[in-house]
Ligand binder design. Structure first.
Ligand code: FAD
Ligand code: SIN
Length: 526
């Protein structure tokens, strides 16, 4: 058994921030299932929203966030995010993060959809890489942080208490190099495992985004909220047979226009904010255009901008598109929506506490109430930074009250299911992704959700054979978690009898006042 004061699961912006704030107060094990830089954070393009411009105010940022969230944001959570945001960004800069500056040396703030002011702090179009680099470098300088790569957390270790709710004593972790499952005991444990885009066939997310934290938390009895609100980014590059690649919202922020194949700009027909309407509206408009004329994509046109300016502002997008023969300075970019972000997750309070004692969650895996029914662009890195700091401060304040629990049960392999016929994890995952893409996308209906639910039940039945040979592998663990999370998304979607934010269903096309509440899933006691 390994024992630490803090066990952090995940090495993205949330996990690293938590670790950096906690390490002055105890030992930290930071386990991550691949290399330390494999994270959604590393792929972020646009930037981090923050009230830093002379014409901006916290009230404006709060207001924009609440509008995007379609009535479901927790206003206190939003206000906390906005008010603590600038300090969290400055803290990142003390770790060495450098951001794009203007000719006077001040931060050059970008603009994105749904924001009424320029407030996006960025590093050209590779902000995430810079954020991740600075956090990883800083973590290397802290001897109290022990980073364990290729360590895949399988399940939380929870123990019953006399009070009813369990206590979290750490996690079971697969050391992928030795193949051994080890117990990591900790006084406090934090899930910072990121999102679940891999539930879908087309996603902007990297392969690590398999919803592991949400699935683990659910199995342990944590409350899960708002999983129906999966954000589809309106513009990923349309390039059949290759992995999705994001075309940042900042391209529209800088004047990019969505066009039909015949060149007509269409967003004005859907919303008065045109191409800068919130993402749910833009993604639905594109979906509707594609279905109307049965076309595989629409086009994003930024060719009116100076070529050198474009190469300077969007070097990654320019270079990537060029590999497909698309020169963004002269050509329109073919785009389609792709699954991008999970607004829901493990329900926490404003200090990252879950309903399980000693268990915290932060970053995309958590649901703090900030995003409501639709996340405002560039609010998620901000949320990861702000709420990881808050979670860490809360855990630090309480950790001395908690002992390390030494008597821990061995991992019960039978819990993974070893009953059925052997089944391929990759095949299971592909079939699940196809179901989710087809039936649980941008436009939903009762019938489609019912089909998805039945298909997931059947796939879950097959999954009992995933570990038939007793061998635990990365792919098998991910397939197990993806199935669990897909089930939670569909169950949540079936509970919402209205259309709001990212959840649009043809059976209930209107927003309904009596449905204006979060969706909360709680596992029945076994
Ligand atoms: P992640 O950064 O995804 O980190 C999760 C970590 O957990 C990873 O290290 C992963 O390997 C690890 N992990 C997962 N499961 C396990 C397990 N079982 N055991 C051990 N480790 C595990 N947001 C913005 O605000 N602005 C942007 O410009 C922006 N652009 C984006 C562009 C793209 C292409 C994508 C995909 C997302 C973008 N986002 C953006 C969203 C944002 O990047 C994420 O929401 C945010 O980075 C999440 O941070 P996180 O720390 O919660 O998770
Ligand atoms: C983007 O650059 O468009 C992504 C921004 C985000 O997801 O917040």
């Amino acid at each position: 058994m390994e024992a630490y004061d803090f066990l952090v699961i995940g090495s993205g912006s949330a996990g690293l921030t938590f670790a950096l704030e906690a390490c002055a107060h105890g030992t930290v094990a930071l386990v991550t299932k691949k290399e330390r830089t494999d994270s959604n954070t590393n792929w972020a393009q646009g930037g981090i929203a923050g009230v830093l411009g002379p014409d901006d105010t916290p009230d404006l940022h709060v207001g924009d966030t609440l509008i995007a969230g379609a009535g479901l944001c927790d206003e206190q959570a939003v206000r906390t995010l906005v008010e603590e945001g600038p300090a969290a960004i400055r803290r990142l800069m003390t770790f060495g993060a450098s951001f794009t500056v203007d000719s006077e040396g001040g931060l050059s703030l970008g603009r994105e959809g749904g924001h009424s002011r320029r407030r996006i702090v960025r590093h050209a179009d590779r902000t995430g890489r810079e954020v991740e680099r600075s956090l990883v470098d800083e973590a290397r300088r802290r001897p109290n942080i022990h980073v364990l790569e290729h360590h895949n957390a399988i399940d939380l270790i929870t123990l019953p208490t006399s009070g009813g709710l369990p206590v979290c004593a750490g996690a079971y972790v697969l050391d992928e190099r030795s193949g051994r499952v080890e117990q990591y005991a900790a006084r406090a444990t934090v899930l910072a495992t990121g999102g679940c885009g891999m539930v879908y066939q087309h996603t902007t997310n990297p392969p690590i985004a398999t919803g592991d934290g949400v699935a683990m938390a659910w199995r342990a009895g944590a409350r899960i909220s708002n999983m129906e609100f999966i954000q589809f980014h309106p513009t990923s590059l349309y390039a059949p047979n290759s992995r999705s690649f994001l075309i940042s919202e900042a391209v529209r922020g800088e004047g990019g226009v969505l066009r039909r194949a015949d060149g007509t700009a269409f967003m004005g027909e859907y919303d008065e904010r045109k191409d800068l309407a919130p993402r749910d509206i833009v993604a639905r408009a594109i979906d509707s255009e594609m279905k109307r004329v049965n076309t595989p994509c629409v086009y994003l046109d930024i060719t009116h901008k100076d070529g050198e300016w474009l190469k300077d502002h969007f070097p990654t997008i320019y270079a990537h598109c060029l590999t497909f023969g698309i020169d963004i300075t002269t050509d329109w970019i073919p785009v389609v929506p792709a699954a991008h972000y999970s607004c829901g997750g493990i329900k926490t309070d404003l200090n990252g506490r879950t309903n399980i004692d000693r268990l915290y969650a932060c970053g995309e895996a958590a649901c703090t109430g900030v995003h409501g029914a639709n996340r405002l662009a560039s609010n998620s890195l901000l949320e990861a930074l702000v709420y990881a700091r808050r979670s860490s401060a809360d855990a630090v304040a309480r950790v001395n009250e908690w002992d390390i629990i030494e008597e821990l049960p061995e991992y019960n392999l039978a819990a993974l299911g070893r009953e059925g016929d052997p089944v391929s994890a990759i095949d299971l995952q592909a079939r699940l992704q196809s179901v989710m893409q087809r039936y649980v996308g941008i436009v939903r209906s009762n019938a489609r959700l019912q089909k998805a639910s039945a298909a997931i039940t059947a796939l879950t039945g097959e999954a009992v054979g995933l570990f038939a040979d007793g061998v635990i592998t990365h792919d098998r663990l991910e397939a197990r978690n993806l199935l669990q999370v897909a089930g939670l998304i569909v169950a949540s979607a079936q509970l919402r009898h209205e259309s709001r934010g990212l959840h649009y269903t043809t059976d209930y096309p209107e927003q309904v006042e009596s449905e204006k509440h979060e969706t909360l899933l709680v596992k029945e006691a076994e």
